[in-house]
Design a protein around this ligand. Structure first.
Ligand SMILES: [Zn+2]
Ligand SMILES: [Zn+2]
Length: 124
């Protein structure tokens, strides 16, 4: 067996298995392998905000990530394994200082299906 062990490209976290998580539970980053046009990117998706999705079945918490290289945006659902301290630090980023360019707001809104809010992480 020649299994490759997953190691987070951003912080070096590993749980010793080859299972690649949707995002690193330690630093909440992901690896951007290829972009929309199938070009290799190799950037790191950094967590920039938390998005609470309200659905009929309940609340889903997602991390909004932005690629540090190409600026692509994606969302990734938060799991029970994620580092709570890191989640709070991402959620607490000042709103007056948008971590993403304003011209990308439209793209972000589309990503959210035209609804939802990046605020209210502390609400229960
Ligand atoms: Zn990591
Ligand atoms: Zn990228």
């Amino acid at each position: 067996m020649d299994e490759e062990i997953y190691i987070c490209p951003a912080c070096g976290y590993t749980d010793g298995t080859s299972i690649v998580p949707e995002h690193c539970p330690q630093c909440l980053s992901s690896y951007h392998e290829v972009d929309e046009d199938d070009n290799a990117c190799g950037g790191i998706f950094e967590p920039i905000s938390i998005w609470i999705e309200e659905t009929k079945r309940g609340r889903h918490k997602h991390i909004i990530q932005r690629c540090e290289f190409c600026g692509a945006l994606q969302t990734s659902e938060i799991t029970g394994y994620d580092n709570p301290v890191k989640l709070l630090s991402v959620a607490a980023k000042p709103i007056g200082n948008p971590p993403f360019p304003v011209e990308r707001m439209e793209e972000l809104t589309m990503l959210m299906g035209g609804q939802g809010s990046t605020e209210g992480y502390y609400e229960e």
